[in-house]
Design a binder for this molecule. Structure first.
Ligand SMILES: Nc1ncnc2c1ncn2[C@@H]1O[C@H](COP(=O)(O)OP(=O)(O)OP(=O)(O)O)[C@@H](O)[C@H]1O
Ligand SMILES: [Mg+2]
Length: 306
């Protein structure tokens, strides 16, 4: 598959200061790609280059094969974005806002506006004035607006800023739907690891203008196969250890207080817990000592999160 957004050795200098250095990554149709980095890492600057708000010092950015630097008109046609805060008319209704902004691009019909409102779950409040909307609702309307001209790439700079956890969850749900149903590639920046982990398929880490790593967020089927460390708290460690030695002789089990310490996949851990309880051992808790994205981040940046 061809990437729909491609950054190739992108550099940006502001004055004499290098702000973005040698950033390269590809984003594919239907994918949600995270751009993760601490404050001042260069996320917004990179995004401003992608949408043509600032020049690229060297390297290239292409959208559907068109260079933002040399073929701007063609390239930008396929890009939807919210720059800073969505620009909405407070005294117009949600629907009227979309009708207004829809006049600026070709082929926007009442039906396509309807479809966007449904997709971001604002259909039921389309006749309400935007000034009454919550931040999350405005954010959703902004995304509907950015999608009006059927872009192939949607670029969102810190879209979850200011949203509460349920707002973040909602955003994840409808962004997933947008990516899947419209086969749009979505780039979102964030300084929050937990959000990237929740929303994205893959992510790149940027730190002090340089890219550190591109990784895939493990999906559910992968995580079933991953060997993890468990601490299983039981009422009778001696008996539990005996049972495990008998039935799972290939597991190394260590005792730590009332805990059994062992390595297993999720599936094996399930079998182990079932076997223990079936044989009269009480399992109080099984704690997964999983390496989180946060730990991974510290590992690849050598603890360099500002
Ligand atoms: N117009 C400018 N003039 C000078 N320096 C700038 C300018 N814009 C950005 N910078 C610098 O470039 C670096 C990257 O800034 P940028 O806004 O891209 O970071 P960011 O990752 O978006 O950070 P944040 O998480 O705070 O939004 C920072 O050190 C910033 O001070
Ligand atoms: Mg920023």
């Amino acid at each position: 598959m061809e990437p729909v957004l491609s950054l190739q050795n992108v550099h940006k200098k502001i004055g004499k200061t290098p702000v973005v250095q040698d950033v390269s990554f590809d984003v594919y149709p239907g994918e949600i790609f995270g751009f993760l980095g601490p404050n001042g890492a260069g996320k917004t600057t990179t995004i401003r280059m992608i949408v043509g708000l600032t020049n690229i010092t060297s390297g290239d950015i292409t959208v559907s094969g068109h260079s933002i630097a040399t073929d701007y008109k063609q390239a930008i046609e396929h890009v939807g974005t919210i720059v800073e805060n969505p620009e909405l008319y407070q005294y117009l209704t949600a629907e009227k806002n979309l009708i207004h902004f829809g006049r600026m691009s070709k082929n926007v019909t009442k039906e396509s506006i309807q479809k966007r409102l449904e997709l971001v779950r604002l259909e039921h409040v389309k006749d309400q004035k935007v000034k009454k909307f919550s931040l999350g609702m405005k954010q959703r309307l902004g995304i509907a607006q950015a999608m009006l001209h059927d872009p192939k790439v949607l670029i969102l700079d810190e879209p979850t800023n200011g949203l509460d956890p349920s707002g973040v969850k909602e955003m994840r749900d409808y962004l997933r739907q947008v990516a899947k149903e419209e086969n749009v590639a979505i780039l979102i920046s964030s300084h929050l690891l937990s959000e990237i982990e929740l929303i994205c398929d893959r992510y790149a880490i940027i730190q002090e203008g340089r890219m550190v790593q591109v990784e895939r967020v493990a999906d559910a089927s992968e995580s079933m196969k991953t060997v993890l460390s468990y601490a299983i708290e039981v009422n009778d460690t001696a008996k539990a250890k005996e049972l495990l030695a008998e039935h799972f002789p290939d597991r190394d089990v260590e005792l730590r207080g009332n805990n059994l310490q062992l390595q297993a996949t999720k599936e094996q851990a399930g079998d182990i817990i079932t076997h223990l309880t079936a044989n009269g051992v009480v399992v109080y808790q099984a704690v997964l000592e999983k390496q989180s994205l946060e730990e991974r981040f510290f590992e690849v940046t050598n603890g360099g999160l500002a």
